[in-house]
Design a protein around this ligand. Structure first.
Ligand SMILES: [Zn+2]
Length: 306
């Protein structure tokens, strides 16, 4: 009896392993196909050393950022604005070499450090600034310095995308609903001609902490100037994402976990894999669990070579 059970266990183990390998191979192959019509988006914050009082993962050092941009360039990637990504997807182009780089909060080092590096590689960035902090500096909770309007104007004129990260940075799903119009509508005013001569309109919003709900989405949709929004959902962005959920674009944070450029490469793979799994109907929570376990799904995916 015991022998039989042992045998059964061995057979089951082999079957289980074979199934796992089968799915890993299949998923890998399908993700490689999926990449041709999906654009990942990476989220950065401060491009600096870690200032006192800051959580370290919020910062990517200038050297590491440069290395990551070089990796993208060497691997055939082109960093584009959200509008450029959307246009390419709508036109049915092969977008496997496109990526969106997004920067939240509007730190001054985005202008002094990230902007020159992006220009060096011919890349575009997408910057989401906190309305009431534009041009300000604070020493509470660690030193924070934000871009001012002339900096934003210069970046906009160089082809960078500037968007809203609300007025106060409070998580929108948690604030009293009567504050929503101020948080969402007021940034459009901040950028208007009469308030400081920024002669363009913003079109995008990134929800602070990825926090949103139906009331938030309803408020954003009241203002036709807004064309898209970044949610906290992981995955990549396809034609369907832009058509069906333009205010729930997917992206993933790049954090310095001590593995250099590999931390960014890992994040990109996660975008594609999560996006593919979502496209075949795998529930969002399951995707998060699968990817957190660093399963075989994330084993080496093909990347573009120059
Ligand atoms: Zn933020």
């Amino acid at each position: 009896m015991l022998k039989f059970l042992k045998k059964l266990a061995a057979v089951l183990l082999v079957l289980f392993a074979a199934t796992a390998v089968y799915y890993t191979v299949i998923v890998k192959q399908n993700v490689a196909v999926y990449r041709h019509h999906a654009v990942p988006a990476l989220m950065y914050h401060s491009i600096s050393e870690v200032p006192p009082g800051w959580p370290s993962e919020m910062c990517i050092t200038p050297q590491l950022f440069e290395e990551q941009m070089k990796w993208l360039k060497d691997n055939g990637y082109k960093a584009v604005t959200v509008q450029e990504a959307r246009a390419a997807l709508m036109a049915g182009e092969d977008v496997s070499n496109l990526i969106m780089l997004t920067f939240d909060d509007g730190y001054k080092n985005n202008y002094t450090v990230a902007f020159p590096i992006l220009k060096k590689y011919g890349f575009k960035g997408n910057f989401y600034v906190i309305g009431k902090d534009i041009g300000k500096s604070f020493t509470q909770d660690g030193f924070k310095e934000y871009m001012d309007k002339p900096m934003l104007k210069e970046m906009h004129e160089a082809g960078m995308e500037i968007g809203s990260h609300t007025m106060s940075h409070d998580p929108l799903a948690k604030i009293a609903p009567h504050y929503l119009p101020w948080e969402i509508y007021e940034p459009l005013n901040v950028f208007s001609r009469r308030n400081g001569g920024l002669h363009w309109f913003i079109h995008g919003i990134a929800f602070p902490n990825g926090s949103y709900n139906d009331a938030v989405l309803a408020e954003v949709k009241k203002y036709p100037k807004y064309e898209y929004g970044f949610s906290g959902r992981i995955g990549a962005n396809t034609k369907e994402t832009f058509e069906q959920t333009p205010f729930e674009l997917r992206r993933i944070g790049v954090y310095d976990l001590g593995n250099g450029t590999a931390d960014m490469v890992h994040a990109i793979r996660k975008c594609y894999t999560a996006g593919y799994l979502e496209s075949v109907g795998v529930p969002v929570n399951t995707i998060q669990n699968l990817l957190d376990k660093r399963s075989g799904f994330e084993a080496k995916l093909p990347f573009h070579k120059k």
